[in-house]
Design a protein around this ligand. Structure first.
Ligand code: AMP
Length: 615
């Protein structure tokens, strides 16, 4: 455990001496969980003998006092209209989005305008999904504070990979409302991969399938891990498929194979609840045993593992179809998958594990408790953010733009400032000289248009480009900032597969003050920078026009009349002079003039070439 400094005289915790505590939260549809890393090892926070799982359920009593978790779960059947579950399903949704879902909910959703975000009605009060989720987060926060006897202010929260921006923002807002600074929103499959230790090696390049079957939802994600960055290539699933459906299948089987009748079950809510509890017990037990026998209201009920597997086969097959679709969408084949990670309580069912493993033709990763794996990954991410894992200062966003120098000393930004970290951007470049074998790549940081005003971070040379005419090589330059804020620049010539790379660790070795100065400078000089950039761009354009005009003149001199030859010679002299000058408009004007003059000549030349080729 972490050491807690106490001021003995005052009997208080010395907050200033506490290391920063960042918790990892798996905010689930059915259950939520908190984990923290101590000495780099993540663990779920729980009271002795408890699982640490907190049901994601909120109960509002008649005085609108709030209860969250197990206490709220007890009210689910007693006070269905005041007990809110599955708030996560409502996050960032409008009333319109919920058409299908409404029938699944026992509480009331308010019909506001179609596009407005939904609200839930409890008695006379209305709650937004953000407020509801924040109630859960507040309860988790207090629970951890009580157990650890210290305040908690910062968190990493996980969300499904398929959450869109507004759902992610809603989750952030819920955190804020609960008094938590949300340092990062992490995708659940990414967190699960982190928990299995993936993403730690620099050169790791892996395809990962994360199969997540919980109580009420199923999703599968295909991730590509490269240089510490997880990219979600595709997700697929069914937001209404999970272990609860397995329980329902058992209840149906019992009513068909005992003296119980459907009518009885339908009418008697208490009996339904008892059957639900027994069915779940049967399912859990059949993960290890071959048969389960029980009695409900004097009626004997039994089910074997074989029978259970027959009942759920169709549902499991449906999840496998989703895996197939996810692979197709990601354009990845089964045998390209390096790791399969199991998440969610329902992946404990042996048939599920076997089916997934058989489909991918590989063993699955199931060593970590599938209920805890996401929270443990969130704790690892929190630990990285706290700077405990590698001792590098981490930033959520890039403070300044990152780019390379292009022709004429211009800054070409590849990752703009305020981009999320980690981040990856690729841009294609080419050569400017025929037969150019080397390309110098100089990396800069800053907001100014000319590299001379920015901060040079490093340079390297991509050599060995096979001889090709200027403009033909295709050089992909990728900027990859990993979660630790380390920048990796890769260059690759696609036609010849020549590649090289440079790692820059010092990019954030810059003080807040320096950063502020650089930003201020860019604002102050915005106008003159823009002018300088305009002139440089015009000069670059002028130079390339000169090159083509000179070539055209060499090749076609004999076919042109005296006047035409003279005009072209004059154009070349004029443009040469203007490029040396300071007026970009004059350069642009001359280029336009040349284009108008040479267009008919170029057409005639083309006709000549075609004729020659035919004859
Ligand atoms: P989650 O939403 O990830 O917490 O998963 C909860 C689901 O997992 C519920 O439907 C549980 O009944 C189910 N579950 C938990 N443990 C087991 C087990 N040992 N065997 C089968 N299902 C389980």
């Amino acid at each position: 455990m972490a050491k807690i400094p106490i001021l003995i005289k005052e009997g208080k915790i010395d907050e200033s001496a506490l290391e920063e505590l960042i918790i990892g939260i798996d905010l689930g549809t059915t259950n939520s969980l908190v984990a923290i890393a101590t000495d780099n090892v993540p663990a779920v926070i729980k009271a002795d003998g408890k699982s640490g799982l907190v049901p994601s359920i909120i109960y509002f009593d008649l005085e609108n006092e709030i209860k969250v978790g197990d206490e709220a779960k007890e009210q689910l059947l007693l006070k269905p209209d005041r007990t809110i579950y599955s708030a996560k399903r409502l996050m960032g949704k409008s009333y319109n989005d919920l058409n299908e879902m409404k029938q699944h909910l026992a509480y009331e959703i308010i019909e506001t305008s179609e596009e407005e975000l939904v609200k839930v009605r409890v008695g006379e009060k209305f709650y937004t999904p953000i407020e509801l989720s924040s109630n859960i987060l507040s309860a988790l926060k207090s629970k951890v504070e009580n157990l650890l006897k210290r305040p908690v202010k910062k968190a990493v929260i996980t969300v499904p990979a398929y959450f869109n921006d507004s759902q992610r923002q809603a989750t952030r807002d819920a955190g804020k409302l609960a008094g938590l600074e949300v340092l990062r929103i992490v995708n659940e499959p990414t967190a699960a991969s982190l928990a299995y230790g993936l993403g730690k090696e620099d050169e790791e390049d892996k395809m990962i399938a994360v199969y997540d079957l919980g109580g009420g939802t199923f999703d599968v994600s295909i991730l590509n891990l490269q240089s510490g960055i997880f990219e979600v290539l595709s997700t697929n699933g069914d937001t209404f498929l999970g272990g609860d459906d397995f329980d329902q299948a058992i209840i149906k089987y019992w009513t068909e194979n005992s003296s119980l009748t459907f009518e009885q079950v339908k009418k008697d809510k208490t009996l339904t609840q008892k059957l639900r509890i027994e069915a779940e017990k049967a399912k859990v037990s059949l993960s290890n045993e071959n048969v389960y026998n029980t009695e409900v209201d004097g009626i004997s009920l039994s089910i074997t593992k074989d029978q259970f597997e027959k009942l759920i086969k169709e549902l499991v097959d449906k999840t496998i179809e989703s895996c197939e679709s996810a692979l197709k969408d990601a354009d990845v084949s089964k045998d390209q998958i390096d790791e399969i990670i199991m998440v969610g309580g329902s992946t404990r069912v042996p048939l599920v594990k076997q089916s997934v493993s058989a489909f991918f033709g590989k063993e699955v990763n199931d060593k970590i408790d599938p209920d805890q794996v996401v929270a443990l990954g969130a704790a690892i991410q929190a630990d990285i953010l706290a700077g405990n894992q590698k001792g590098i200062l981490l930033l959520d966003i890039t403070p300044l733009s990152l780019g390379i120098e292009t022709v004429g000393g211009l800054m070409d930004t590849i990752i703009p400032r305020n981009s999320k970290v980690p981040s990856k951007q690729t841009r294609q470049y080419t050569t400017s000289i025929d037969g150019q074998a080397n390309l110098k790549i100089t990396v800069y940081q800053g907001e100014r248009d000319l590299v001379q005003h920015n901060r040079k971070l490093g340079e390297f040379i991509l050599s060995g480009i096979p001889p090709m005419p200027a403009g033909l090589p295709k050089v992909d330059i990728s900027f990859i900032i990993d979660a630790d804020g380390v920048l990796l620049v890769k260059a690759k010539e696609l036609r010849s597969d020549t590649k090289t790379s440079l790692k820059i660790k010092s990019q954030y070795g810059i003080s807040e003050e320096e950063m502020a100065i650089m930003l201020m400078d860019s604002i102050k000089n915005a106008k003159s920078d823009m002018e300088a950039r305009g002139l440089l761009e015009a000069r670059n354009e002028g130079n390339s026009m000169l090159k083509s005009l000179e070539k055209f003149h060499r090749d076609n001199k004999d076919y042109l009349n005296e006047d035409q030859n003279l005009m072209i010679t004059n154009f070349i002299d004029d443009l040469n002079g203007l490029i040396k000058g300071e007026d970009k408009n004059l350069i642009h004007g001359k280029i336009k003039e040349i284009n108008t003059f040479t267009e008919p000549l170029a057409n005639e030349a083309l006709t000549r070439i075609v004729k020659n080729e035919i004859s």
